[in-house]
Design a protein around this ligand. Structure first.
Ligand SMILES: CC(C)(COP(=O)(O)OP(=O)(O)OC[C@H]1O[C@@H](n2cnc3c(N)ncnc32)[C@H](O)[C@@H]1OP(=O)(O)O)[C@@H](O)C(=O)NCCC(=O)NCCS
Length: 210
């Protein structure tokens, strides 16, 4: 491990990380409908996830700067429900200036309908977003963030996790390297998604010295 990697620390996603996380999300996720709703909305959304007991996230930090993050949900619908129930007004306020664009109205509806567009019987637990700053890629940061998420899912009794990166994110080699299994494709708002499943028990043996 070189110096640059050595100083990278990992932590739970917290409110203080959100402005930098939102920025990374906007830059890193090109398919990005959520990104198109702006920094304020993403901060509100991720704050609601921090407050939900069905969601969690991790960040990579160097010199007090966030250089990567992952967000995870036990059930995306469970998290949406929590968010709508507890944070509807705050989120609506954050989204309002952007909401009157027809493109965004259509996409909000499509996002809420997302489960009906995808293949059936996927594990409800999901990795939602993962981004590593361009200057820190290929140093094992993405892998470590996914491993932290996977370990937390396992602690919560979850056996399998779904991942749905947009095909044009070109993240396939990354997911293959993490031994995720490609199980199909789906379309969301005209964007082709690859659907992977990860076993939460992967890596457990390694940790136990097996
Ligand atoms: C995908 C992403 C998170 C990977 O993060 P990362 O920190 O660079 O990944 P890691 O260094 O942990 O890579 C682990 C392994 O995955 C594979 N891998 C990662 N990026 C790769 C690439 N661009 N090309 C080929 N293989 C790659 C390699 O096998 C790598 O191991 P190695 O470097 O020892 O060969 C990062 O490229 C990114 O933020 N992309 C933009 C956002 C995105 O696509 N997010 C995922 C969908 S939401």
């Amino acid at each position: 491990m070189n110096d640059k990697q050595d100083q990278i620390k990992f932590d739970r996603l917290k409110t203080e990380h959100l402005p930098e996380v939102a920025q990374l999300h906007i830059i890193g996720i090109k398919e990005g409908f959520v990104g198109s709703l702006g920094n304020k909305f993403i901060c509100r959304l991720y704050q609601a996830m921090i407050e939900s007991d069905q969601a969690f996230g991790f960040v990579a930090i160097k010199d007090s700067r966030v250089l990567g993050f992952v967000t995870c949900a036990e059930s995306v619908w469970g998290v949406y429900k929590h968010i709508i129930k507890k944070n509807f007004c705050k989120l609506a306020w954050a989204i309002l200036p952007k909401m009157f664009r027809w493109y965004n109205i259509k996409n909000t509806i499509a996002t809420l309908l997302h489960p009906s567009e995808t293949i059936k019987n996927l594990p409800p637990a999901e990795f939602l977003s993962l981004v590593v700053d361009k200057n820190f890629r290929r140093m094992g940061v993405g892998k470590k963030l996914i491993e932290l998420g996977r370990d937390e899912f396992r602690r919560r009794g979850i056996k399998q996790i779904t991942l749905t990166p947009a095909e044009d994110q070109h993240a396939d080699e990354f997911y293959n390297a993490l031994r995720c299994k490609l199980v199909g494709h789906s379309q969301k708002r005209g964007v082709l998604l690859n659907i992977y499943i990860m076993e939460a028990s992967d890596g457990e043996g390694k940790k136990n010295g097996a």
